[in-house]
Design a protein around this ligand. Structure first.
Ligand SMILES: [Fe+2]
Length: 381
């Protein structure tokens, strides 16, 4: 059995940003609150959206990277000063995730912590429209949001239909100005979504199709998108694949990489895609033996081995290719990133605890013990 949930409208292509008004009209939505970050506000993108929507639209532009409960509550308070019938998340995963949390709290109240997984929020909040500016977290097409608890520093995964955008405008032209590091990090995040969705214990034929298509496209285009940021074909391919990978893991799951990645981000403020990149080769190497066929499919689909390659050889190449990709995209180790060895080692027990509590490691083809997770954290340092 698989239950598939999807946004009602995905409008995809260069220039669809300018069609926001039309999409809202189709859905009968009249009074949006735009939720974005200070940088996109300053850059003028939020104002362009306001203009597109006919002016006189309120903008909350105080979202923060790795959204915190405090930032969500500030947005909620801002929203409540007027009457809104929907929320538009404009930006990377952080802005969209903040918009999602505001949309749910606006209708259901309570504390953000109440919504932490395994709680499943299916009763709808305000409708969410997502306009991603990176390729990407896939948040525009998922039924998840991640909010960091300011007090404990924990990245709380929140799941449920209420977080699934009713519509997304997927416009690759918004990514053309993004710098190399951001392109690489968000691209590897998407690749991780696709691979984890495909090897997950919750994979199904519907998510498989999206995951395979996405991973092939990302592996073929990520290096070009990084080295030639103005390459429209590569940017367009990456943007669509990021949304497809989001759809894939939203309808399957992520697994051990994401489970271990969130605590790193929460504790050491490493960008999400970067902490995934750091973990992906080691976690893949750890896991391949429990799903040889599936990982081999990944290698063949990404065309990093000839199609006739046997499963064992294909999985070996997969691990070495992921390592090589990290080198090409200049992914630093935690140490190279400037994290203190002692702080890292001392944090491992808490990171292990949070990784397991998120539930993601249980979806991994090889379900790790706590000490195996600890050993992986040590290895990647
Ligand atoms: Fe992710």
């Amino acid at each position: 059995m698989a239950q598939i949930v999807l946004p009602r409208i995905l409008r995809i292509g260069g220039g669809v940003f300018a069609q926001a008004n039309d999409v809202l009209g189709t859905l009968g939505l009249k009074k949006p609150l735009i939720v974005t970050d200070p940088f996109l506000r300053k850059q003028g993108l939020a104002d362009r959206l306001v203009e597109t929507l006919g002016g006189n639209i309120r903008v909350f532009s105080e979202t923060v990277p790795d959204p915190t409960v405090a930032a969500v509550l500030a947005g909620l308070e801002f929203l409540k000063r007027d009457v809104h019938d929907c929320v538009i998340g404009l930006g990377g995963g952080s802005a969209i995730d903040t918009a999602k949390a505001i949309a749910v709290l606006a209708v259901h109240g309570g504390k953000m912590r109440d919504y932490k997984a395994p709680h499943d929020q299916s009763a709808p909040g305000l409708p969410i429209v997502a306009i991603p500016t990176t390729a990407g977290t896939g948040s525009e097409s998922t039924r998840f949001t991640i909010v960091t608890d300011d007090e404990t520093g924990e990245k709380m995964l929140c799941i449920g239909l209420a977080y699934l955008p009713i519509a997304a405008l997927v416009d690759f032209e918004l990514t053309l100005t993004k710098p190399m590091r951001l392109t690489a990090d968000t691209g590897i995040d998407s690749l991780t979504h696709a691979i984890e969705a495909y090897v997950s214990r919750r994979a199904n034929p519907f998510s498989d199709m999206l995951a395979l298509t996405a991973m092939r496209t990302i592996r073929k285009n990520i290096e070009t998108a990084c080295s030639h940021p103005q390459d429209r074909a590569a940017r367009e391919a990456m943007m669509l694949a990021a949304t497809q990978a989001g759809l894939a893991f939203s309808n399957s799951s992520v697994a051990l990489v994401h489970g271990m990645s969130r605590p790193i981000g929460a504790r050491f403020h490493v960008p999400h895609g970067l902490s995934n990149a750091v973990l992906l080769p080691a976690v893949t190497e750890f896991s391949v033996g429990s799903a040889v066929r599936r990982y081999a499919d990944c290698a063949r689909t990404m065309e990093i081995v000839p199609t006739e390659t046997d499963d064992e050889a294909a999985t070996e190449t997969l691990v070495s290719d992921l390592r090589a990709l990290n080198r090409k995209l200049q992914v630093p180790t935690p140490k190279e990133y400037g994290i203190d060895r002692r702080a890292w080692m001392e944090s491992i027990p808490v990171m292990v605890e949070q990784a397991i509590a998120s539930g993601s490691p249980a979806n991994n083809p090889r379900v790790p013990t706590a000490s195996e997770i600890a050993a992986l954290y040590e290895t990647v340092f």
